[in-house]
Design a binder for this molecule. Sequence first.
Ligand code: HSE
Length: 442
Amino acid sequence: MKQINVGIVGYGVVGNGVAKILEEKKELLRKKSGVEINLKKVFTRNWNKQFAFPLKENQKANSLEELLNDEDIQIIVELTGGIDFPYRLFMDAIDKNKHIVTANKALLAEKGKDIFLKAEEKGIRIGFEAAVAGGIPIIRALREGLVANKIGKIYGILNGTTNYILTEMFKKGRDFKSVLKEAQELGYAEADPTLDINGTDAAHKIAILASLSFGGFVDFSGVYIEGIEDIDTLDISLGRELGYTLKLLAIAKSHNGEVEVRVHPTFLPSEHPLAKVDGVFNAVMVEGDSVGETMFYGKGAGSLPTASSVVSDIVDIAKSIALGVGREIEITSMNWEHKDLSITKADDFYTRYYLRFTVPDVTGILAKVAAVFAKYNISIAAVIQKEKVLSLTEKENDKVVPLVILTHTASENNIQKAIKEIEEQNITRRKTVIIRVEDEEQ
Ligand code: HSE
């Protein structure tokens, strides 16, 4: 039986999970794949600490070169995170004809074009199942299971940490900081958790899914990103009254030759399947022209769920090495259309909006807001005005109340112009809260 040797770079939460699966399930993997996978070396900067899965002494490497220069190692598993160090590692590994498996979505979303073009040129495979949605095999689903489909839209909950925080806060009333701390302890959050909270992590993942779905590279600077840091519980409860649940949604859809790629807090109808996805779970919905709507659900973060995806790539690459599958037919690249995708600018988004104005409770306010909406061709679907007076900030001296307007589908450009005009006319006292709404009207 063919033996394939693997080297891991980075021995954190996911690395320990990968080693555990490779060592403890060696026999299962051998039976299922027909290949013997051997974890030969692991490199991490500091071996002087406790590890969840301790390694044998002869598996511990003290330099990266020990792995890169080892001709028996055919697959390098990169689990370090960040961008600069792994980028150099990828380039060196490709030069040394080693295949790569990674969970690094930041690297692929921001430098994927360089990496995939070089890998393609050299006939190197890059496995990145674990980079998106942890344990859910969405990459393989797009590349293989759904290959017969033209994808129209792919969207979902792609960050376990923020979904965990939103769920705990709004189901159990816990405070943001303590839930975040717990998510870090459970190994869900990024080393820098601001990447989770501000939407960047979900944006990296949707950029990768958009590339695979629509066949071209995404310029990451074109992805629209908003996080959950400014979410006010008042909007969660007002949204609930309108029949909505708040989620950090990542959306990519194709229309008129362009692709819209965005991440932002989003109200979903409470009966929508994604509205019911709680905790660290992720879910992705894919609309294909042959299959219709499909949904993929599972744990989006954590040691073993993510390691499950890493190992699936190791096995897949090991099998093709063992079978000697011609490299020329490998679909390593995301750009099967051989182009850069043209990304829709935020001004050109069309969606429904939940807008919360903070207004003095005096005659004529609603008429003034409605007049501005009419001017910008924004159709109102529902209005809630609460009698309950909001607590005043130090600068405020008159009573203010929340006025919520739910619109029909409108252009982002018109919404922004209308809000600017309403704020300039002093109709509203505080910054307007804008939350996009995904529902069937679109
Ligand atoms: N920090 C990520 C999350 C881990 O919370 O989803 C998986 O990429």
